[in-house]
Design a protein around this ligand. Structure first.
Ligand code: FAD
Length: 328
């Protein structure tokens, strides 16, 4: 996968992954190994979450830098703006651009827990993800001095960009509605506002039924959204985690999976159930036209790679073996 854009290595459809920054040195070490395994399937990018309020800024940057230095994978930085002043958000975006990050997932983030959610407490200068999308583009343009090409002996050298523009400015989408949304049309309008602000990719919150995703995409297209909408899918392999996800996302867990995980005592069999459910969901959304798959990893490679295996999406190692066999 050392070719520039990885085209002979990257699996089709495009795959991407999400990680969160580790909290301990031991977890950081394990995450390095996870990233190495994920990188082997040549994902289009791997995104790293960001604690609202900047609590994970340094740890997120460490993971993103690891990817830049040790893999060919494009790192994508989640950034949140809730509670930030313009000046703070500006500094944050600059810092990530300086570190060499060119892909972002721009989020509003949630006001700190304990704050009165209805009063939009904790929102300062930047109140929505759309404003952060604009800010990322603005900061990038400001720091893009069209410098001289530096080719010796070339008078009037062509003016070139010093640094690449942000490759991806992604935003969140909510197929079953944001917990605070007044209705799905508001979610579509909000996504459109983010596209107009300059987003070029949407990544969805978890959903459990292919129709939720496919119907949302249809509504979004009817509402004027044109950017790709990547389905976010997570293989969930324990009943406790499924319950926790419902709490965190506000998206009701599918009772079919909840019950089968609950009555299955064997951990390996639970793993298979979770992988099977996610693979079926992935298969259905791809059949319905999804432009790729964004897999939530929970910082483990086993389940997401098992989903890809079940879908028949080959790893480069498998492809190489196949090519060698054919050549013989
Ligand atoms: P926005 O798009 O700004 O929307 C927030 C709410 O405001 C919505 O209800 C929307 O309908 C409403 N709204 C926005 N604009 C308007 C308007 N003009 N008029 C009326 N209503 C409006 N959180 C983190 O803290 N860190 C992460 O790393 C992180 N990663 C995530 C990744 C994905 C793929 C997803 C789906 C979510 C992630 N979140 C993360 C959670 C996210 O921060 C919360 O869901 C947050 O509540 C909303 O963020 P947003 O970017 O969707 O906000």
């Amino acid at each position: 996968g050392s070719d520039v854009d990885g085209t002979d290595c990257r699996p089709r459809p495009p795959i991407s992954f999400e990680l969160f920054p580790p909290r301990t040195d031991a977890a950081a070490l394990a995450l390095g190994r996870t990233i190495d395994r994920l990188a082997e399937v040549c994902p289009a990018f791997i995104s790293v979450t960001f604690g609202a309020g900047g609590s994970s800024r340094d740890r997120s940057l460490t993971v993103l830098r690891y990817m830049l230095e040790h893999t060919d994978v494009q790192p994508m930085a989640h950034l949140t703006c809730v509670g930030s002043s313009h000046a703070e958000a500006n500094r944050l975006v600059r810092e990530f651009l300086d570190a060499g990050i060119t892909s972002f997932l721009a989020l509003r983030g949630d006001p700190p827990s304990g704050a009165d959610a209805d009063a939009d407490a904790g929102i300062r200068d930047l109140g929505s993800a759309a404003e952060l999308v604009q800010l990322i583009h603005r900061v990038q343009e400001e720091r893009e001095p069209f410098g001289q090409s530096g080719i010796p002996g070339m008078p009037g050298a062509t003016r070139i960009r010093e640094r690449p523009r942000p490759e991806r400015v992604a935003v969140a989408a909510f197929p079953t509605g944001h917990p605070r949304s007044r209705g799905l049309s508001q979610d579509v309008d909000n996504l459109l506002a983010k596209e107009i602000a300059g987003a070029n990719l949407a990544i969805t919150q978890l959903f459990w039924h292919a129709d939720d995703y496919l119907a949302f995409v249809e509504r979004a297209r009817a509402g004027g959204v044109t950017i790709p909408i990547l389905p976010g899918i997570m293989p969930v392999t324990t009943p406790a985690r499924l319950a926790r996800l419902e709490e965190l996302t506000g998206v009701p867990a599918p009772s079919e999976l909840a019950i089968s995980l609950e009555i299955e005592p064997d951990a390996d069999a639970q793993f298979d159930l979770g992988v099977e459910y996610a693979a079926r969901l992935a298969d259905e959304v791809l059949a319905g036209g999804a432009p790729g798959l964004h897999l939530y990893t929970f910082n483990r490679h086993e389940a997401v790679l098992a989903v890809l295996d079940r879908l028949g999406i080959r790893t480069p190692a498998q492809l190489t073996t196949e090519r060698n066999t054919r050549q013989r």
